[in-house]
Design a protein around this ligand. Structure first.
Ligand code: FAD
Ligand code: DHB
Length: 387
């Protein structure tokens, strides 16, 4: 079959791209190797920047977000047993929203269904062909094992870090810059009311901990663990005990409850450039990864896609290639700001094996907790730089 844009990967980037293109009359086919139920259940990010919320609302995706999303006007920073509230509205006049990536994905799939968007789930063996020509195409087997081919004017690679799109750009044409961190996060989802109004980012001698949430009944918590940690090493009791120590604060205690999801998340910074090769364009995790501390991964996927949808609109409706030509540099400018902020938050909040580094990071955290000027800068970055 033939379409205007073949979209590889039905994560938030691919699904939002299909949605925005549909709204400007551009046809696409989405190809996804997992099942729909898997995509709708996968637990990932939880924080939307103000700008991401504005994008989703303007795209007609705001109904459930407005009802169930929780607006947060700040965060707590904790250092040892000291805890300070940072007020984002005072700092920069913006806020963030707690609304899980899982919910964003469900809303996007529901909108795709309502509009008759073609999404081929559970495909396998996909490969991209002739991406540097005017006639690129994708081959794959559908969920019944039948051989399929989609021809398109443009292929959008939104298939995440482990996808096939980034490797479809010849190595000689790509540069990769990356940084590994010597720690990972153990994340849990628990059926218990959050014991805090805003998220708590805590730096403790024992390691970093983050108190987040998904709703008034569901908490999401994270612990710094060594890179490569096995999830089996952490019983529920051990997790709650460790969380209680890392969030210890006079007169306050956390709420415990049944753990309904538990996993270890690796941490890296990774940037592959450029995000375009001929008629193949990349967006989201297929091109870049940030460590989760700055809550930027999902927001970057959304901002890439906004830039890309705008560029494809100009290309297909006005035959104007200027925005698609500048897409790699436009996206990279935003990406590098988020990459720096995520690195900065990560190193400031995590405990290192190196004593000199630890003193610097602890000093930086004390400075931020005591300076409204530093807090305004954190707020500006955390709530998201304007588009
Ligand atoms: P993805 O969500 O990865 O979507 C890619 C899609 O492509 C997937 O559906 C995948 O199944 C599909 N796919 C892969 N290969 C192929 C193929 N060959 N053919 C077809 N389809 C394919 N960010 C935060 O800010 N905070 C967090 O707490 C946080 N937690 C995370 C936890 C985990 C386990 C992971 C992996 C990421 C987390 N992130 C977090 C990052 C955030 O979730 C991502 O930045 C975001 O999902 C990026 O969206 P995406 O659509 O680009 O990629
Ligand atoms: C969540 C994840 C993050 O990485 C973060 O910085 C804040 C919240 C979350 O999953 O809720």
């Amino acid at each position: 079959s033939r379409t205007q844009v073949a979209i590889v990967g039905a994560g938030p980037a691919g699904l939002l791209l299909a949605h925005l293109l549909r709204r400007s009359g551009i046809e696409s086919v989405v190809l996804e190797n997992r099942s729909r139920s898997y995509a709708e259940a996968r637990i990932r990010a939880g924080i939307l920047e103000q700008g991401s919320v504005d994008v989703l609302r303007a795209a007609g995706l705001g109904d459930r977000l407005n009802r169930e999303g929780m607006r947060h006007g700040g965060i707590y920073l904790q250092h040892g047993e000291r805890r300070t509230h940072l007020d984002f509205e005072a700092g920069c006049g913006r806020s963030v929203w707690v609304y899980g990536q899982t919910e964003v994905v469900k809303d996007l799939i529901a909108a795709a269904d309502a509009d008759g968007q073609r999404i081929d789930w559970e495909i396998s063996g996909d490969a991209l062909h002739d991406v540097d020509t005017d006639a690129p195409y994708v081959t794959y087997r559908d969920s019944d094992g039948a051989s399929c081919r989609v021809d398109a004017a443009v292929i959008a690679g939104t298939d995440g870090f482990h996808g096939i799109s980034r490797p479809a750009i010849p190595e000689a044409r790509r540069s990769v810059l990356e940084k590994e961190y010597p720690y990972a996060w153990l994340g849990i989802l628990a059926e218990t009311a959050p014991a805090t109004d805003d998220l708590i980012y805590s730096r403790n001698k024992r390691g970093f901990a983050l108190y987040s949430m998904r709703s008034r009944e569901v908490s999401r918590l994270y612990l710094q663990v060594p890179a490569g940690e096995k999830v089996d090493a952490w019983s529920d009791d051990r997790i709650w005990d460790e969380l209680a120590r890392r969030f210890a604060y006079d007169g306050w205690s956390l709420n415990t409850g049944p753990v309904i999801d538990k996993s270890v998340l690796p941490m890296r910074s990774f940037v592959s450039a450029p995000m375009r090769h001929g008629n193949l364009v990349l967006a989201g995790d297929s091109a870049h990864i940030v460590p989760p501390t700055g809550a930027k991964g999902l927001n970057l996927a959304i901002s890439d896609v906004v830039l890309l949808a705008r560029a494809l609109h100009a290309k297909f409706t006005a035959n104007d290639d200027r925005l698609i030509d500048s897409y790699p540099s436009d996206a990279a400018a935003r990406l590098w700001r988020a990459t720096h902020f995520s690195y900065w938050m990560t190193t400031m909040m995590h405990v290192s094996d190196d004593a000199f580094t630890n003193e610097l990071q602890a000093s930086q955290l004390r400075y931020v907790m005591g300076s409204e000027i530093a807090q305004a800068s954190l707020a500006e970055n955390y709530t998201g730089m304007p588009y």
